[in-house]
Design a protein. Structure first.
Length: 143
């Protein structure tokens, strides 16, 4: 699993845990002959892959700020501006090596030895990707 995928995995399921799963449209009738399978749709909706935007009209936005503020330890960590603290908050390793791998994964083209610039870019890019994948991110966290 990608590093960004791990971050998403820690944030998005928690927000959706209280929501019922989407209903599928399987139909059966009382007069269906024995041994036959009920009618099933040919395809089922697929989630957008990590890093790609899913259709906004068919999904409910996850309030990223609310989810992260509700995590244990959020009061001690400055996840709003620090990629290191964001990674720590979701229970991930936040070493320089992990952040460099995340930078590679997200297509960072700057100098990875300038960790301050890389970290700022990573934080903004992660927030942008969360929004593209169903997250509601406050404007001040995207700029």
């Amino acid at each position: 699993m990608s590093i960004l995928g791990k971050i998403f995995g820690k944030i998005f399921p928690k927000a959706n845990a209280a929501q019922p799963p989407a209903a599928t449209t399987t139909t059966t009738t009382a007069q269906q002959p024995a041994g036959q399978q009920p009618n099933r749709p040919a395809t089922q909706p697929q989630a957008a892959p990590v890093g790609q935007a899913a259709p906004a009209a068919t999904m409910e936005r996850v309030d990223i700020e609310q989810v992260l503020d509700g995590m244990p330890g959020s009061q001690k960590l400055n996840w709003r501006t620090s990629i290191v603290d964001l990674m720590k908050l979701v229970g991930m390793e936040s070493s320089l090596q992990e952040r460099k791998e995340l930078a590679d994964e997200l297509g960072y083209t700057g100098d990875k030895n300038d960790s301050a610039k890389m970290n700022m870019w990573l934080h903004k890019e992660v927030m942008k990707r969360m929004e593209q994948n169903g997250g509601k991110v406050p404007a001040n966290l995207k700029d």
